[in-house]
Design a protein around this ligand. Structure first.
Ligand SMILES: [Zn+2]
Length: 274
């Protein structure tokens, strides 16, 4: 669940509860009959924020808000809850979108979903194993299920941010992404990556949430990717290009959005498509 920040020191139980509570909150806001009440409550809260945190030191590309600061060490936008990686992805993607694009958003973040859903001339579908924010619930590693529910070679853009580190069979998920891409399509993939590691660390004998939190830094992660992440993508038939914030943004924009200069987008296409 990429929306859920769990620190390595969090207990697994607390992390699970936090994930569930957050998911329920989103669902309530989205589909509950009282959603107008929640929208009004949020509008009042945001009005307070605009006074309390008035300023233009930081900027969120996802919702366009300016503020004195983001929230705490996670650098969350207090208006749309974007992380730095979401702001970078949207900054890159917003310039690339064109009429006729068909977007698949895997494990949809609400801040990006709000940017993309309903955009004129652009198709959008969100998929996730469980999330109520998704249009389709499916297992990305189940080849038949993916083909039956999402098709083949149909998406010009696939967004997959901080998902693969949660999936045991990540080669299957990478192959599914390749199969879903249109001939001219691109997948924008982000993962937490330890650049000091040459080789990805994974141990499928570690299954307890507490042990995973100790070993992999988060209770629901199953590995820590190393510099061989690109090799893993290539082994799944994806051609990879790295896009860093400095390739897209000025230094000032990087500073104001508080992007991590070393956190790239892995821009992938089907290696058989050219
Ligand atoms: Zn925002």
């Amino acid at each position: 669940m990429p929306e859920t920040p769990i620190t390595p020191n969090s207990s697994a139980g607390a992390g699970l509860i936090s994930t569930t509570v957050r998911e329920i909150r989103y669902l309530v806001r989205e589909i509950h009959p009282l959603r107008k009440y929640y929208a009004a409550k949020q509008a009042i809260t945001h009005s307070y924020y605009r006074v309390r945190y008035r300023g233009s030191d930081v900027f969120c590309s996802c919702c366009g808000s300016k503020s004195q600061s983001f929230v705490t060490a996670d650098r969350l936008c207090r208006y749309c809850r974007s992380y730095a990686r979401n702001r970078f992805l949207w900054t890159y993607l917003a310039d690339k979108l064109k009429l006729g694009d068909n977007i698949l958003h895997i494990a949809p973040e609400s801040c990006l979903r709000a940017c993309l859903r309903g955009m004129p001339g652009i198709g959008y579908i969100a998929a996730d194993l469980f999330s109520g924010l998704a249009d389709v619930n499916l297992d990305l590693t189940d080849e038949n299920e993916v083909r039956n529910r999402l098709g083949e070679s149909v998406y010009s853009i696939i967004l997959c941010s901080h998902v693969l580190e949660h999936i045991d069979d990540d080669p299957a998920a990478m192959r599914a992404i390749r199969n879903l891409l249109r001939k001219d399509g691109r997948a924008l993939i982000q993962v937490p990556l330890d650049w000091s590691r040459e080789v990805t660390y994974e141990d499928f004998g570690i299954t307890a949430p507490e042990a995973r939190a100790r070993a992999f830094g988060q209770w629901d992660h199953v590995r820590i990717y190393g510099r061989d992440f690109m090799d893993r993508l290539q082994a799944a038939g994806l051609e990879v290009e790295l896009v860093y914030p400095r390739d897209v943004c000025t230094d000032e924009a990087i500073a104001r959005m508080q992007l991590d200069p070393q956190d790239p987008i892995f821009l992938c296409r089907d290696s058989a498509s050219f």
